[in-house]
Design a protein around this ligand. Structure first.
Ligand code: SF4
Ligand code: SF4
Ligand code: FES
Length: 243
């Protein structure tokens, strides 16, 4: 098989440029395999991030030929025609640390701003609840919560969202997908603060429903519908005087 032509962005927060590499093409190699081979054999100072290599940790996302992807599960032959140059850049909408490694802090700070941590309803003081909540598996709320729970925090949706690019305060699809999951968790007691957080200028009403987040989520989650759910909830709560 002919060698693959790979172009990788090298640089840091002050700027950078593309650098060309060539690696042997192999059957079933992933983008992460290619980056790792380049780092091991040609550019030992190349910075990038990965951990699990099996689509669980969410740490390996990069821009591949202009589109954010989880690189450990993205096969080269799926994203590039034979002979086509594969261009790899750091995730968009996040500060670059170096080369392909971005600073995920703004992404996770927004989860915190969207009140994305579980607040036990029965034990506001942290004590053990007297009884566990019963959550029927086929209840509407349980199904809504289950639909968004498998987020791996990869940032692909965040890097694909135009509103994040325009408005640095916008909470983004993953944080609001998490908020909607918790809004539907009947064991959680933090919804007042959570709904306040997602109802502001940085919240769900700024989403234009373009659905890039849903189209690109590697876990096949649907943050766009989760955001629509938050909009519906805020509308009805407001109409019925519940807020
Ligand atoms: S649907 Fe909303 S959150 Fe998702 S990419 Fe579009 S604007 Fe961003
Ligand atoms: S919603 Fe999907 S794309 Fe966004 S961080 Fe979670 S797993 Fe990644
Ligand atoms: S390395 Fe863990 S999801 Fe890719």
């Amino acid at each position: 098989m002919a060698d693959l032509k790979i172009r990788i962005w090298r640089g840091d927060a002050t700027g950078g440029a593309m650098e060309d590499f060539s690696v042997p093409a192999r059957e079933n190699q992933t983008i992460l395999d290619v980056v790792t081979q380049i780092q091991r054999e040609q550019a030992p100072d190349l910075a990038y991030r990965f951990a699990c290599r099996v689509g669980m940790c969410g740490s390996c996302a990069m821009e591949v030929n202009g589109r954010a992807r989880w690189t450990c599960r993205t096969h080269v032959k799926r994203v590039a025609a034979p002979g086509e140059v594969v261009e790899i850049r750091p995730l968009a909408n996040l500060p670059v640390i170096r080369d392909l490694a971005t600073d995920m802090a703004p992404f996770f700070d927004k989860w915190a701003k969207a009140q994305g941590s579980f607040q036990p309803k029965d034990a506001p003081d942290g004590s053990v609840p007297a009884e566990f909540s019963v959550v029927p598996p086929n209840s509407k709320q349980r199904m809504e919560a289950d639909a968004g729970i498998e987020c791996i925090g990869c940032g692909v949706c965040y890097a694909s969202c135009d509103i994040v690019a325009w408005n640095k305060d916008y909470l983004g699809p993953a944080a609001m997908n998490r908020a909607w999951t918790l809004v539907n968790d009947v064991r959680d007691g933090g919804n007042k603060a959570r709904l306040d957080a997602v109802s502001g200028d940085a919240g769900c009403h700024s989403c234009h429903s373009t659905q890039s987040c849903t189209e690109r989520c590697p876990k096949n989650l649907d943050p766009s519908s989760a955001i629509a759910g938050l909009k519906r909830k805020l509308f009805w709560d407001s109409l019925l005087g519940r807020r």
